[in-house]
Write a protein of this length. Structure first.
Lengths: 307, 85
């Protein structure tokens, strides 16, 4: 069925109204096909603002877009009104850095990122890399600064960084975010693990356990706030904590943004969300009491009631 | 693998190959797959100087009729490769 002029104008409007529009099966949160999920995954690494149209909801859109784009499959990605292609093309464009340019998020450093490896990390890489065949050691750092270090085939656009005899491939899109990082190999609770220190990473909520928080509170080197409502505070509360009622909130927001601030709730979930909000307010030294008041009662002060 | 019902009877791989070579006479086509999902590799001088988007469109245009409707023989092209050599 040929596309009517009106439909064509409607589609034209949709792809021009937003910089990035993905016509896909399902939506961003619940893609309903692997190809759509792949493209969502790539876009999520690059930008937080894009629109999706679920073509499964409307057969007219589904059939119409095939003709509008002269492309028989989904997903279909439009950037600034231009049809870029489907999953294969988007993957290739992402690997080569071309997609980043189209999206205006190009992080193309003029040179390869500078990376420092500790002696322990070098040794660990040498051992791990002895039987991986043609795979290379690759580092990817996504837009949320999650680092992924793995052995994989090298990809187009990779920067190859040599460090103390180790060859590290840094994914093209990650190079800007990787510049200046150091990698160590250290003892972690679950065994030896790579520890990546990235100076480009924005501040994060730091987990703190009751036994670590206690001495800081005693030394008055941290401010503790309770995000729970009054009825829960009436059941149990930590003596040194301040409620985040309007008064507590205005006190908190008046503090120097570098102040060490910890938040707690019952189990540590609500306070984590609040702590992330504090980072957005500009606070840089924010802790979340892991396990909340429940863990505090178990590990520090059994006199605090559990509920 | 997911199941995609179709009313098409016959060799889908052959139908894909035939549709492409009808449209692009010098194309050398390799098709693998089944159950609605196919991988297609096409070599043709037609692609020289064309972008990947334009090259893939050419191939898709040739097989559109195999992908149209509610129960098409070709549900998805898992990998489409176009080479100009």
């Amino acid at each position: 069925m040929p596309l009517s002029e009106r439909q064509r104008a409607d589609f034209e409007r949709v792809v021009r109204a937003n910089d990035v529009v993905l016509f896909m099966k399902g939506n961003r949160r619940f893609p309903q096909c692997g190809f759509s999920a792949t493209v969502v995954g790539i876009l999520d690494k690059l930008t937080s603002t894009y629109e999706t149209v679920n073509i499964l909801e409307d057969p007219a859109v589904r059939d119409g877009m095939k003709e509008f784009s002269s492309w028989p499959t989904f997903p279909q990605l439009y950037v600034k009104g231009e049809f870029l292609g489907g999953c294969d093309i988007v993957k290739d464009m992402y690997a080569s850095g071309e997609l980043q340019k189209k999206l205006g998020v190009a992080e193309t450093p003029v040179s390869a990122p500078r990376v420092t490896l500790s002696a322990a990390a070098v040794k660990a890489f040498m051992e791990a890399g002895s039987d991986v065949g043609s795979d290379v050691l690759r580092l990817e750092i996504d837009a949320a600064f999650n680092a992924d270090l793995h052995f994989a085939p090298k990809a187009d656009g990779d920067f190859e960084v040599q460090c103390a005899g180790v060859s590290l491939h840094v994914a093209h899109a990650s190079a800007g975010r990787a510049d200046g990082i150091s990698i160590d190999f250290v003892q972690a609770p679950s065994g030896m693990a790579f520890k990546i220190d990235n100076p480009n990473q924005p501040p994060r909520v730091k987990p703190i356990h009751p036994k670590e928080l206690k001495p800081m509170l005693d030394a008055k080197s941290i401010e503790l706030f309770d995000v729970r409502p009054e009825d829960e505070r009436a059941i149990a509360s930590i003596a040194q904590s301040k409620p985040l009622d309007p008064k507590g909130m205005s006190y908190l927001l008046g503090l120097d943004k570098k102040t060490a601030v910890a938040l707690h709730c019952h189990h540590g979930v609500r306070s984590r969300l609040a702590a992330e909000q504090l980072l957005r307010e500009g606070f840089t030294n924010v802790y979340n009491l892991e396990g909340g008041i429940e863990a505090w009662s178990r590990e520090v002060d059994p006199a605090v009631s559990r509920y | 693998m997911s199941d995609h019902p179709t009313d098409f009877t016959g060799d889908v791989c052959a139908a894909i190959r035939g549709a492409i070579t009808t449209r692009i006479p010098d194309a050398r086509v390799e098709v693998t797959g089944g159950g609605g999902h196919y991988s297609i590799e096409v070599r043709s001088s037609e692609f020289s100087g064309k972008t990947m988007l334009a090259s893939q469109r050419l191939v898709y245009a040739a097989i559109t009729h195999l992908m149209a409707g509610d129960r098409p023989p070709v549900h998805a092209v898992d990998r489409l490769t176009t080479k100009s050599d």
